[in-house]
Design a protein around this ligand. Sequence first.
Ligand code: 6PG
Length: 251
Amino acid sequence: MSPNDLTEGAQGVQVFDDAESVARAAAEVFARLSREAVEERGAFSVALSGGTTPRRVYELLASGEYGGRVEWPKVHVFFGDERTVPPDDAESNYRMAREALLSRVPIPTENVHRVEGLGDAAANASDYESVMRGFFGDAPWPRFDLVFLGMGDDGHTASLFPETHALEETRAWAAPNWVEKLGAWRITLTAPAVNAARRVVFLVTGASKAERLGEVLNGAHDPSRLPSQMIRPRDGLLEWYVDRAAAAKLR
Ligand code: 6PG
């Protein structure tokens, strides 16, 4: 499953045979970075994403093969975004992570920092920011060791959807975001908050993503239409783990 580097211009893009290989590479980077972070700083902070490929990553991390290498009591889990639903709803990103991973590994409950979905989205975003500030201290931005992101067919990432208000946020770490086409509020990390991470890894699989991925990586810079283009860590690494089907339109 060794990844093939793409063209020079597409730095940080690794193409794998299939979604399973993408998930394995993601579980591997989680296990490796968690060890390094715990050795160097005593804890590992990660923001999880919703989506189909991440679910498989979490299942792999719950297995001995990967999870056995992680010092779970030192792991702090956050979320890139959340839907405005209760935590046991089938749509909840927290529920997905709990079922696939968090309920199956020895991570202390207090290390899981979920976003409240029920109630007022603005208040929940502000509470979530306070939770992050409690963990990261008085740093100007959250310095996650790792942020996993997905990319939607429309170019959104986390809940940073095209032409939405949260894209303009320059100060908040988390924001409420009204998404007209979903007719719903979301709560999302803001782009500057993601861009403060040490490492950001996009997981993108499937042929339905190919066209948009080509635009995001090789097309003109148009972040309000393609919010995934806003993700450029200021002092960190950006990687794209994609499968062959999603990579079909890359140069
Ligand atoms: C969410 C996500 C979202 C997701 C993409 C890709 O809660 O909706 O965090 O940003 O990652 O929509 O999802 P898939 O990998 O399932 O296509």
